[in-house]
Every structure is written in C-alpha cells, then in structure tokens.
Design a protein around this ligand. Sequence first.
Ligand code: NDP
Length: 482
Amino acid sequence: MIMIKIENYINGELVPPNFGEYFDNSSPVDGQVYSQIPDSDATDIDNAVASAKESFKSWSKLSKKDRHDHIMRLADEIENHFEELVEAESKDNGKPEHLARSVDIPRASENFRFFATASLHFDSEVHEMDGKALNYTLRKPVGVVGCISPWNLPLYLLTWKIAPALAAGNTVVAKPSEITPMTAFLLSKICQKANFPKGVLNIVHGFGHKVGEALSKHLDVPIISFTGGTATGKKIASVAAPMFKKLSLELGGKNPNIIFADAEFDKSVEMAVKAAFSNQGQICLCGSRLFVQDSIYNNFREAFIEKTKLLIVGNPKDENSNLGAVVSEQHLDKILECIELAKSEGGKILTGGNRIILDAELSNGYYMEPTIIEGLSHACRTNQEEIFGPVVSIIPFKGEVEVIEMANATKYGLSASIFTKDISRAHRVAAEIDAGIVWVNTWMLRDLRIPFGGMKNSGVGREGGFKSLQFFTEPKNVCIKI
Ligand code: NDP
C-alpha cells in the first residue's frame, strides 16, 4: 500500500512541517494506517500567518466580484474532484460513502457558492438623523482569520468557516481536525488547480494542543471561528478572550427530540431514527434525548426499536449500509464507556450496546450497534453529557410543562425538534425551549441563510448567511453632519 504523506499548505505551496515530524493516520473503516500527518508546531503557524498577513494586503483590496470569481472556481474544482473527495471523506471518517456523496461533499461546494454569492449582496447600513446627519456603516474585513474545525463533518464544516471568511475579504489559516485531515489536504491541491491566489488560504495540520493553540493565541490573528467540543471551546476562549479577539464558538449539544401524542406517528418514528443515528450519531444536532408522551410511549418505543434494528451497520462503500464506522478506536471506547455508565445508572439497553466486528479486512474497523437506552432520569449523567455516538435515551413525559422543564435541564442549548399536529403547541414549545435552532415536524432541514448556533454551553455567536459575513467583518460607523 502506498502511504500518503499529507503536507501543510502555506503560501500556495505544499510544504512539510518545519521539524519534519509526522504521525500516523488510520482509517476507522479497517483500522489500518494509510497516511501520515504533519506534526506541525507554532513555527509552522507563524509561517502560515505571515503568508496570510501578506496576502491580506491584496486580497482585501480586490473587488467583491473578483473574490467571488476566485471562490466560485474552488466550488467548480470540488465538483470536478467529487468522487475522490467522497471516497477520502468516508475512508478518513468512517461514514457511509452515500452520506458523503449526498451531504458532505455537495455541501462543501455549496458553502463556497453560497457565501461567494452572498458577499455580492452584502451591504453597508445607513442611519439618517432627521436631516441633521447621516451615518453609514462600513464593513471591513478583519484580517487573518483562524478557523479550527472538528472531525465529524470534516470538509463540510471547514468550508462553512473558510468560505464566508474569504468572501468577506479576510485571509485564512485553517486547522482541520488531526483525526480527519485528508479532505482538507485535497482542498489544498484543489486550490492549486484552481490557481487560487497564494497565501489567501493556508492549512496547517497537527495536534490541537500544539497548532490549534498556537493559532488561537497568535498576535496577528484577531479573529477565531471554532467548531468542536465545549471543553475545547472553553480553552480557546480562555486564550483568545483576554486578547480581545473576535470569537465564534459552535460547541456541543444534547438535543431533545420531543414527540407529542398527536404527532404523525410513522413520520416521527422515522425522523427520530434519523436524528439519533445519522453519521453514526456524530452530528452536533443529533437528537440524543428522545422524549415521548406517555399515552403513545409503548407503541412508539416498539416501533422505534423495530426501525432501529433494521439499520445496517456495514462497509461504508456499500450503498445499503445505514451506518459506517465511528471515527476512531478511542472514540469507540468512549462510547462503550458511556453505555457502561448508563447501565450503572440503572438504564436498560433496549437494543444495541455493543461493538460489531465485521468480516475479513474490515474486522479491525470501529463499528458499533445503534443503541437505545430506557429507564433513566433526565437528570443523570447519561442524559446530561454529550456521547456523540449512535446512542439515544428514550424518556416518557406527561405534558408540555414537564417536557419543557426536562428538555431545558442541561447545560447545552444547540437544537431541538418538536413533533405535533397542534400548531399552537408547536409555537408555544418552540418559544420556551433553550435552543438556537428548533425544528417542528422535521430534523436537520438546513437553510444556509438562517442564524446557526447554540445557547448556553453550546456556543457563542451565530453563523450562517449575512450573520457569517457580519462576524467576519468589522463595522465602522461614519457620521456626517449635514
Ligand atoms: P474537539 O473540540 O476535540 O476538536 C475540534 C478542533 O479543535 C480540532 O481541530 C482539534 O484538533 C482542535 N483543538 C483541540 N484542542 C485545541 C486547543 N487547545 N486549542 C485549539 N484547538 C484545539 O472536537 P471534536 O473534533 O472531537 O468534535 C466533536 C465535537 O464537536 C462535539 O462536541 C460536537 O458536538 C462538536 N460539534 C459542534 C458543532 C456545532 O455546530 N455546534 C458541529 C459539529 C461538531 P485535534 O483534532 O487535533 O485535537
């Protein structure tokens, strides 16, 4: 097997890390090492930031239309390399190829197209003062942006940050997750193919505590956009906040999925399965706490178990596989530990709970049964802490007041789903739930224009649409006396 050597992308060139050190990257699909990742350090970040700072002088002065045209070429090249990216994302992350083909990679090119176009429509505001004065608010790019992204939707979330940052006229130093670096590496090559201006986007690979931290505290990086775990977000905020950096944090979730007795039964069962187990339950928006009204609880539980048992955990290349591998051995162990914790808290495993060993060359991959747990209080650790795997806890409730109280009784506040035919109730509950995003009778229906982000420990700030362009620009008001 040819061992792929991933390189950093600095000033338009693919370069090794300064100290020449690499570490292994294995595929969760079969547990085999198949590539090497640069073990970069602060000196590589220094080089990337210097290159981004220099390129900012010209990139920030380009017309919106010129920036738009450059960014659109990246989207075109992603589409030209579509299948290569699909296979790479699946191999690196473990997700089914059909999921990468229908969600991750189309969204990566869509992110570039959407924000390149949005920047053309993004305008300054004017505030007129009864004929006495006129205020206009200029929005200027901030400078070198640090973009730090996680492993669950690698290229999707990386491009969700870098597309608006670039479209707004900033230059970028990105740090993808060290667990899934491959599609970011391919993106570097795509930039070269598209003749993307040198130094405008730089990508440095390596460990979070080394390069991520060096990027967060770099004096020439005034703005950080981070998506990842709440604990890491806290560390980044503790470094960046005293330096008064602009900070956007998209963090963890423990999202309630609430099924009222009058909900459309089959549809809500289907959506609950999707919300719990898509991407092996490794989406920050997954509905990991399933609240079901007591009058339909038994029927719903049986239908939910039956549908879950039909899910196929298998080879990510197979079109029939509903779930692939979870991202790493370490993560699989963490999920299994969470299941042991649930049992020790008195939880009953209704289905799943175990690792799966697939045949032949996939026998060392990290596969896991979709798991349903019942019988736990909403306040126990299992129902409070993010598991981030194919595990859902099912909890009965009597009425609206009780379920709102339970749904809100976590430190998180990212998303929620409500299933009911009663439109007044849908509005009432949506208004009371602590979550940045509430879906009614659906889950993960995304419009890129909406404000996206979480409350409480799920994040700070909102991205999406013009919110992203506002975050990635600095407003400056000019007041003219008439
Ligand atoms: P982590 O927080 O572990 O890592 C995210 C990124 O931060 C990685 O690139 C990581 O690098 C880097 N990092 C780690 N330590 C530091 C540090 N001290 N300073 C700077 N950067 C650092 O998250 P995961 O990758 O495990 O992703 C899963 C988490 O992300 C879940 O909690 C999930 O809910 C959340 N998430 C939130 C989303 C949202 O929109 N709210 C969307 C998707 C996921 P390395 O990998 O090298 O450690």
